[in-house]
Design a protein around this ligand. Sequence first.
Ligand code: API
Length: 275
Amino acid sequence: MNPIPFWKMSGSGNDFIIIDNRAGVVETVEVPRFVAMTCRRRMSVGADGLILIEPSRRVDFQWRFFNADGSVAEMCGNGARCAARFAHLNGIAPADMAFETLAGVITARVRGDQVRVGMSDPRDIVIQETIDLPDGRITLSHLNTGVPHAVIEVPDADAVDLGALGSAVRYHSRFAPAGTNVNLIAPVGEGPWAIRTYERGVEGETLACGTGVSAAALVLALRHDHPSPVTLATRGGSLLKVHFQRTGQDFSDVALEGDARVIYEGRLWPEGWRY
Ligand SMILES: N[C@H](CCC[C@H](N)C(=O)O)C(=O)O
């Protein structure tokens, strides 16, 4: 098997392996194992997720998105922004494009290293529900912004053991069987709120989560009447901006905007994932 060309990209610190699979260089039968082995940091390339770019008869391309553990996710906001810039730089799509995901066809607009993607309309919005955890009760909001997200407001995001709390909420029966991603948001003076995210399928904290930032922005709109656009400060140090139209409790035209950086290009040898 020949080495597989790939790009390593970062959407505000959420990093991805992106492969042009239009010629089927990645076998279909082993993809979950291929992804899990390739996304393992230090043993292989390492990433929060892996994206396969594939042909579409309807729009510019379609993608398959995989979390680091090999699980399939319906949507990934930061991954979508990286995939859009990858497609544009590789002549697969124009700067203003559309591509198919499991969450439907989404549009993207590439301007240099800044990419804005249209997100699916949020659904299943619940504001301030209290659930029981092993060491006490917690109040959180939850909604689906392409994938499920819980949003917990805290006074200081740095003071929370997100690994423990994130896992407890991610696997809580209230969100079974699919589970949920878990976000902490905290006010920081007069500036943008801070956000930290425990990601399902990475099973740990990532430096940014696009669907998580989108979920947090809509909770800030509903809970604190925050107008569009909402900017959030991610753990990776980048600011992500969420635009939306709001009528009462309903949202439309949600869009996520931020940086999508090319880190390097590489060729993945078979021993890089068959170990
Ligand atoms: N881990 C998420 C998918 C990726 C979401 C995140 N990377 C983003 O940018 O939206 C899940 O399984 O629901």
